[in-house]
Ligand binder design. Structure first.
Ligand SMILES: Cc1cc2nc3c(=O)[nH]c(=O)nc-3n(C[C@H](O)[C@H](O)[C@H](O)COP(=O)(O)O)c2cc1C
Ligand code: PXP
Length: 195
């Protein structure tokens, strides 16, 4: 994760350089138990030696798939830097305490939005969604803390491999893949892949 932290800081502009817009946006892929894949953009909200954390609705498609088939992949497409990072690993839920800490930090509108959205379900109309949001805003008026929805929380991708791709001339790119030497260890084998 140290190498990821270096590249992430460069993408986010943490060294004084201009950062990429939405450097923390990544495509998160999951698959059903039958192996049918699906992917969508999410925002990375934290990472450390344990893995990379995103937040979502557990009843959404990604939430359901990662529960029935606990593996996933995150792709960071940092085109302006000619870089890409591909993380593949196991997916687990973050602790309730960690989810609550993050949920509490979100703007009130987003907190109510999480309650209002039965994410990935078919809805009748925009009006029905707005009406539900309005009812929830009355249930928790300004000044009242909005509780964390039980169906909402963090997912942690625990990396098995992390590939760092750096674009180079003539399509002869650098690809360095860090592979965990054994599950549960923080020892990594670095392998160079053909571009
Ligand atoms: C830039 C961007 C960031 C997003 N971040 C998140 C996120 O962090 N969590 C989330 O649940 N949905 C996020 N979304 C919406 C998802 O892409 C997706 O539409 C939603 O989560 C439902 O996905 P699913 O039905 O495949 O589970 C984001 C969309 C965009 C375009
Ligand atoms: C539905 C949804 N949930 C969660 C997020 C995560 O970001 P935030 O916690 O900053 O709203 C996003 C970001 O677009 C989102 O669209």
């Amino acid at each position: 994760m140290e190498q990821f932290a270096r590249w992430f800081a460069e993408a986010a502009g943490e060294h004084g350089a201009a950062g990429l817009p939405e450097a923390n946006a990544a495509v998160f892929a999951t698959a059903s138990a039958a192996g049918q894949p699906s992917a969508r953009t999410v925002l990375l909200k934290g990472f450390d030696h344990r893995g990379l954390v995103i937040y979502t609705n557990y009843t959404s498609r990604k939430g359901r798939e990662s529960a029935e088939n606990p593996f996933g992949s995150l792709v960071f497409p940092w085109y302006a830097l000619q870089r890409q990072v591909v993380v593949i690993g196991a997916v687990e839920r973050v602790s309730r305490a960690e989810t609550e800490r993050y949920f509490t930090s979100r703007p009130r509108g987003s907190q109510l939005g999480a309650w209002a959205s039965h994410q990935s379900e078919i809805i009748e109309s925009r009006e029905s969604l707005d009406a539900r949001a309005a009812r929830l805003a009355e249930r928790w008026p300004p000044g009242t803390p909005v509780p964390t929805p039980p169906f909402w929380g963090g997912l942690r991708l625990v990396p098995r491999t992390v590939e760092f791709w750096q674009g180079r001339t003539d399509r002869l790119h650098d690809r360095l893949r860090y592979r965990r030497a054994a599950e549960g260890t923080d020892l990594w084998v670095v392998e160079r892949l053909s571009p």
